[in-house]
Design a protein around this ligand. Structure first.
Ligand code: GUN
Length: 286
């Protein structure tokens, strides 16, 4: 007996297409779009993500600058840096890497970024635009998921979408983007009763909770498209650490299409950041 397996929705080709399109737009601008990334402290995942974002920006023909501040930086110093970046016409995009150390109020920092330079789409004004059905600068991972679906020709309008997870960075804004794209959207979370009954309704199921292999084959409607946003570090039977998603690998026998981890949504997040930086530069220059 043969077992059907899902089409792999690979991130790298979709990310390359998104970057090529953004670079093409950037070539028509009178300046090279400049992304500034601010990191506070030495959280190893943040150090690695920021390095990856800056390198990809450079490789793609954009300018990038990283400000690495110490763990004990006072909130007032961070706000002063954001204010100076806001008023610098040579800076087009600002990203403050999260999470921030506990003594800094994340919401205050995000609200201090000029909404026109907010390439993370996390300023309250940009969140409001998104939920009004007019997304401008949208958060990178959710916007990257939408770009991935578009790249692979997966229709969204009229489809039933179930999102598992309601985070500020992924679940909530992704729900807004799907709604703006005319999907019927359900957001589930840790208090949802009988999760499997809800997830089995999905034409498109998105897992974004950060729990390895939470989504098992019995929770997936045969033929559904499954997007795995989770990046979990687990130690295998061989004692080696590796990355795995929120979706159990056996879901590939039920789904029609599935994103791998790593190599699925991750590259789209970085590509979308560069696309947002070009969009921000265009907005500021028009
Ligand atoms: N940390 C993890 N993901 C993100 C993101 O998309 N933006 C920011 N600013 N920090 C993050």
């Amino acid at each position: 007996m043969t077992v059907d397996t899902a089409t792999v929705l690979a991130g790298p080709p979709a990310a390359a297409a998104l970057i090529a399109s953004a670079a093409g737009q950037a070539a028509h601008l009178p300046v090279v779009p400049h992304l500034v990334i601010v990191r506070v402290g030495e959280d190893p995942a943040s150090v690695s993500y920021v390095r990856g974002k800056a390198k990809k920006a450079g490789d793609s023909g954009l300018r990038s600058t990283v400000h690495a501040l110490s763990e004990t930086t006072p909130q007032s110093d961070l706000l002063s840096l954001v204010a100076s970046l806001n008023s610098d016409p040579d800076v087009h995009g600002i990203l403050v890497q999260l999470p921030l150390p506990g003594h800094i109020a994340e919401a205050a920092v995000l609200a201090a970024i000029d909404p026109d330079k907010d390439v993370d789409g996390l300023h309250p004004m940009n969140i409001g635009q998104l939920w009004s059905g007019r997304p401008t600068l949208a958060p990178c991972t959710p916007a990257g998921v939408m770009a991935l679906l578009a790249h692979y020709g997966i229709p969204v309008a009229g489809r039933r979408v179930v999102i598992v997870g309601r985070s500020q960075l992924v679940g909530r804004p992704l729900a807004g983007l799907f709604l703006a794209a005319d999907a019927t959207v359900t957001v589930t979370h840790s208090r949802t009763r009988d999760l499997g009954t809800v997830t089995r309704e999905a034409d498109i199921l998105v897992a974004a909770v950060g729990r390895a292999h939470l989504i098992t084959p019995d929770m997936v409607r045969p033929g559904a498209v499954v997007i795995d946003v989770g990046i979990n570090r687990v130690v295998g039977e061989d004692g080696k650490a590796r990355l795995t998603g929120d979706v159990h690998p056996d879901v590939a026998t039920v789904a029609s299409a599935l994103t791998p981890v790593p190599g699925g949504v991750g590259p789209m997040t970085v590509a979308q950041l560069l696309a947002n930086t070009v969009q921000a530069a265009r907005q500021q220059l028009s």
